[in-house]
Design a protein. Structure first.
Length: 209
């Protein structure tokens, strides 16, 4: 079982320099789709900001990562944000820093320090926890049996990543990899429940329904 460090819940930080404000936000994440949705919402909330730079890292092996300077000079924003993720030895995390320009240019060194310190402040306000690798399971179920599924999720402390309860209900959950097979077996006892075919194809025919 691969263990790693991540953050328990979202946190925020701030850095101010010569009138510019750098607002940092962190989230625990598990997929690139989740990251895209969070960044889209942040851009909507801060549509007047000049730059929204970010970095993320995914997976227990920490091999999936990306960063963006969003118009700032090359490697002056996203790279130092990623550097703080690495410094704290974290993964499954997204950090975005929103910059509101104060009228005075900071120079390359000033920018790099500002984005670094904003990200660091947010991480210092975060709760860092140990976690294990999870698998995402996509579920479709008739509304009449939704309460049974939700009770199962609640009693087994399973995290809901996404849900759409209009018409045919769709729920995406995150389960520790070591518990996937047992969870699949238990879900199979719930009436009208169907797994995403893409996920079923990854499981032995002896273990899915």
């Amino acid at each position: 079982m691969s263990k790693f460090l991540t953050i328990k819940s979202p946190s925020e930080g701030i850095y101010k320099e010569k009138g510019s404000r750098f607002l940092a936000y962190t989230w625990p994440v598990s997929s690139e789709d989740e990251i895209k949705n969070l960044l889209a919402a942040l851009k909507k909330d801060h549509h007047k900001a000049r730059h929204i730079c970010f970095a993320y890292r995914l997976g227990a092996d920490k091999a999936n990562f990306k960063y963006s300077d969003d118009g700032e000079p090359h490697n002056s924003a996203g790279f130092p944000i990623l550097g703080q993720i690495k410094s704290f030895d974290l993964t499954n995390i997204l950090i975005a820093v929103v910059r509101y320009f104060g009228g005075t240019k900071l120079g390359l060194g000033g920018l790099t320090s500002a984005y670094k310190d904003a990200a660091k402040d947010a991480l210092e306000h975060a709760s860092i926890v140990e976690d294990v690798e999870h698998e995402t399971i996509s579920i479709t179920i008739d509304y009449a049996h939704l309460s049974e599924l939700m009770n199962f999720i609640k009693h087994n402390n399973i995290k809901i990543s996404e849900q759409d309860l209009g018409g045919e209900c769709k729920v995406v959950v995150s389960v520790a990899k070591e518990n996937v097979i047992n969870t699949i077996g238990a879900l199979g006892k719930i009436s009208s429940l169907r797994l995403n075919p893409n996920f079923k194809s990854q499981i032995s025919n002896n273990h899915f329904f």
